[in-house]
Design a protein around this ligand. Structure first.
Ligand code: SF4
Length: 286
């Protein structure tokens, strides 16, 4: 895949494949503010959402059905070593980037990480490696659609993350059930997503990540954006802690050609509305 360039000319290649690794991959991420080591908890590419803008490439065959914790740990340790001794920064893909400082280790993947049956075991393994490496400033990030945040094993994993610079980035793409069904196309009820975001945010501050896009040429309608802002305000009124909102847009090819990216000014206009209506900090990634 050709690496996209951002406005500063830095390379952002979000490929989840690195050498012969199966579970771990390095990426320069604007949302992470530098080098992020991704841990793909969904090598089976299974997700309980079916977002119209999903970037997961289902044409590439799967190489594993579940995370092998021992192999994932070996790959993560090896990649941390490559960062530390400068070999990663010397690679063409990472040259001229900040590939010597690991900003975060992120559970993401080719699906929804909270569907991994061994989520807490993965969190424990990553926390142990992070501690052993002395990466005290490196976050553990979970990038999630929030559907599985109420699972017992996931909650055990979140507690491990909390003790190890954890941060949860929970998806919220809509204000109404109807728009959620159009954008995210999940069989899971919208109120369960909202309840999971709330209960998670009542325990620790979370980041809300929202992808805004054009559906059949139309940006999110004003009444939908109003409803979205009301959802955020309700989360806060109910004791949820929202550290910030990440508003971003489509960056790569989508499975549905009627889902297209916003122009930077369109995304900034949405972010400005969210700031005004909710008082929350909003970062944009166009
Ligand atoms: S939640 Fe993520 S992985 Fe799942 S369909 Fe949506 S974009 Fe794809």
């Amino acid at each position: 895949m050709k690496a996209p360039l951002n406005q500063d000319g830095a390379v952002f290649d979000h490929s989840r494949h690195y050498n012969d690794f199966i579970f771990v991959y390095p990426v320069i991420s604007r949302r992470s503010g530098g080098l992020s080591l991704g841990v793909n908890l969904n090598p089976d590419k299974i997700c309980n959402f079916n977002c119209v803008y999903c970037e997961v490439d289902h044409r590439v065959p799967i190489r594993a059905t579940q995370v092998d914790v021992a192999r994932m740990s070996e790959e993560l340790s090896a990649l941390i070593q490559r960062v530390r001794d400068g070999r990663l920064a010397a690679e063409a893909r990472f040259r001229d980037s900040s590939a010597r400082v690991i900003k975060d280790i992120a559970f993401s993947g080719d699906g929804e990480p909270t569907m991994a049956p061994n989520f807490s075991a993965c969190a424990q393994a990553v926390a142990a490696i992070k501690q052993a490496a002395g990466l005290t400033d490196t976050k553990m990030v979970l990038i999630t659609n929030a559907a599985g945040l109420d699972k017992t094993d996931v909650r055990a994993g979140l507690a491990i993350m909390d003790a190890n610079q954890g941060e949860i980035w929970g998806k919220l793409d809509a204000g109404t059930e109807a728009y959620y069904r159009q954008a995210d196309r999940s069989f899971i009820r919208f109120d369960r997503i909202l309840a999971n975001l709330l209960s998670t945010a009542q325990t620790r501050p979370i980041v809300i990540q929202s992808l805004f896009f054009k559906m059949r040429g139309e940006v999110m309608p004003p009444e939908e954006l109003d409803a979205y802002c009301e959802r955020l305000k309700h989360l806060v009124r109910s004791g949820g802690q929202i550290k910030e909102v990440h508003a971003y847009t489509i960056a790569r090819p989508t499975p549905e050609n009627y889902a297209t990216r916003l122009e930077p000014n369109q995304l900034e206009a949405i972010a400005s509305t969210i700031r005004t209506r909710t008082g929350l900090a909003v970062k944009t990634f166009a």
